[in-house]
Ligand binder design. Structure first.
Ligand code: IMP
Ligand code: MG
Length: 175
């Protein structure tokens, strides 16, 4: 296994700040005075990106987590998505922002979006740090995206391969 530097901490931080500003501006308009944004971070991968991004948000917010599984320990999706952990708050009547770290086939976020919409939220928007458009099998509309990447397997900054490498501060290509 070889690790090659790909996106460094400074680049990640710049993307995160940009996204944070964009999101803050949009929800400043969308939220009424007594409303807060419900941020749903997908575990485990998005916990590091999520923790950096929410500190850039300048709107009232609440934090929740889901954990979905479609991947085993390999680099290919099995197709099926299921909840390992559901949210604690109700999505009903809320403005929801889902934070993910990478969109590959799109199955995870398509599944989560459908699930959330069944609870009649006011809105559901999706934010991902990375996206691999060439791998898409199901269409997902990303409202906020850090950057598109090629079909390479990346690790670090929360992203794993068989649960390893999540702690790397930079994003690296694994080969
Ligand atoms: P999707 O449902 O196929 O879009 O898969 C999304 C999930 O697959 C992500 O949240 C990651 O957990 C995992 N994944 C996809 N590509 C990569 C990668 O390059 N590195 C690490 N995990 C990945
Ligand atoms: Mg994820």
């Amino acid at each position: 296994m070889k690790l090659a530097p790909f996106i460094n901490q400074a680049q990640i931080s710049e993307m995160t700040k940009k996204l944070g500003n964009q999101i803050s501006q949009d929800y400043q308009k969308l939220l009424s005075q007594d409303e807060s944004l419900l941020v749903v971070v997908t575990l485990k991968g998005a916990m590091i990106f999520g923790s950096d991004l929410i500190r850039e948000l300048k709107v009232p917010m609440e934090l929740d987590f889901v954990r979905l599984a479609s991947y085993g320990s390999g680099t290919r999706s099995s197709g099926a998505v299921r909840f390992l952990k559901d949210m604690e708050s109700s999505p009903e009547g809320r403005h929801i922002l889902v934070i993910d770290e990478i969109v590959d086939s799109g199955r995870t976020l398509a599944f989560l979006t459908e699930h959330l919409k069944a609870f009649s939220p006011k809105s559901v928007k999706l934010c991902s740090l990375l996206s691999k458009p060439s791998r898409r099998e199901v269409e997902v509309k990303l409202d906020y995206l850090g950057t598109e990447i090629e079909d390479k397997f990346v690790v670090g900054y929360g992203l794993d391969f068989g649960e390893k490498y999540r702690n790397l501060p930079d994003i690296c290509i694994l080969s």
